[in-house]
Design a protein around this ligand. Structure first.
Ligand code: KG4
Ligand code: ZN
Length: 362
């Protein structure tokens, strides 16, 4: 049930829109291990504050219980800092957009509960956001000093993160269909687990990316999966990488140390080949030439280069996100909130987080 004062506020905001006043959205992201708050004026980001949780590094992966506790600690300072950076008064907010899922439930609960309480306190409407859709809509975030071209609908987006690997057909800001998905591990998870095996640290993706730059990508060959349609599989690659190292270490205990850069480059190439293979198939069969990448793994230099090179070969129009909008951030939540705000799609105080993706599967 919608609180009457919130309904009045929505009507007032629609009136403001009508006479073209700015819409200010506070975005709150807490789905995994980053606490983030952003403030958006229409689609222009005024502040995007992210608190990374260092506590997980020593465990080589995210510990859900510790993530929830760190969100509790970070959320108030992160939001206060965002208001300072944006230099706007809380009273000017049009709405609060929050990540409802998918993600870790304990982490999501912190952002969802905080958003609800703040919405009551400020008497503004709530907007619920799907984290995966937000990663895709990060392509619509504009920066004050640099207006960039945004994708036209429909476009294909390869969304690659720690928890997801999907090819999504994006028909408009809210209408998205997953046409391919991993049947087991995500690409980011594969980077992270391989880095853990090599004792490189966490998160593994950026570390492997860095070492890959000085390695020979053709030095080692790893098997690629055969999966139907546009779907992916990474668990076989992860296992073969583990067994390969186990065998080599028997002969040479310093094998990883001696071959670190080549191992990283060869593994990264294999992951990119797998990702790109299905993306090319989807582009060919749908006839869509606007191709975007999104999510944490879209920060990978090899993947970015591969998409740019293929765009030249196949006449694609590529959309490569800026680094700051690849990994988890609240600017993508706020911009997704802006589009829902404009279409009058609001949430309410009974919204509860969900752990699995809500994108419809064909
Ligand atoms: O989107 P994200 O921040 O969180 C999830 O929603 O999962 O993605 C995090 C993932 C991690 O697996 C991390 O290793 C990976 O993105 N990542 C990268 C790079 N930067 C982050 N993977 C490969 N190369 C990178 N440069
Ligand atoms: Zn994410």
């Amino acid at each position: 049930m919608m609180i009457p004062s919130v309904r009045n506020r929505i009507l007032k905001n629609f009136f403001f829109n009508f006479i073209k006043m700015s819409v200010y959205i506070l975005g709150i992201e807490s789905s995994c291990d980053d606490t983030s708050a952003a403030i958006m004026e229409d689609t222009t980001v005024l502040a995007n504050v992210i608190a990374n949780q260092e506590v997980h590094r020593q465990y080589g992966g995210v510990v859900p219980e510790l993530a929830s506790r760190a969100h509790q600690q970070n959320i108030v300072p992160v939001i206060s800092h965002a208001f300072q950076v944006a230099n706007i008064n809380k009273k000017n907010l049009s709405a609060i957009a929050f990540t409802r899922g998918p993600g870790l439930l304990g982490s999501l609960l912190v952002g969802v509960s905080f958003s609800k309480a703040l919405a009551i306190g400020l008497d503004v409407p709530l907007i619920e956001i799907d984290h995966i859709k937000a990663h895709i809509l990060a392509h619509f975030v504009q920066k004050k000093d640099k207006i960039k071209e945004v994708p036209e609908f429909p476009f294909l987006c390869l969304i690659v993160s720690g928890g997801h690997t999907q090819i999504v057909l994006v028909e408009d800001y809210d209408n998205m269909t997953v046409i391919g998905s991993t049947i087991d591990d995500a690409a980011g998870e594969t980077f992270d687990k391989a880095a853990k095996i090599m004792e490189l640290g966490y998160p593994g993706g950026p570390l492997i990316d860095k070492l890959a730059k000085i390695g020979d990508e053709n030095h080692f060959k790893f098997a690629k999966p055969h999966v139907a349609g546009y779907n992916y599989s990474f668990s076989g690659l992860k296992t073969s990488f583990l067994y390969f190292l186990r065998d080599e270490l028997k002969n040479n205990p310093a094998f990883i140390e001696d071959n670190k850069a080549d191992l990283c480059a060869s593994l990264q190439k294999t992951i990119i080949d797998i990702l790109i293979g299905k993306l090319m198939l989807a582009a060919k069969e749908t006839g869509i030439k606007s191709i975007a990448i999104a999510g944490g793994v879209s920060a990978n230099s090899g993947l970015r280069n591969a998409v740019i090179n293929l765009s030249e070969m196949y006449n694609w129009k590529p959309f490569i996100p800026e680094f700051e909008f690849t990994t988890d951030n609240a600017a993508m939540i706020a911009v997704a909130g802006y589009f829902k705000y404009m279409s009058g799609n609001f949430s309410n105080q009974t919204a509860k987080p969900y752990s699995k993706s809500s994108c419809k599967i064909k």
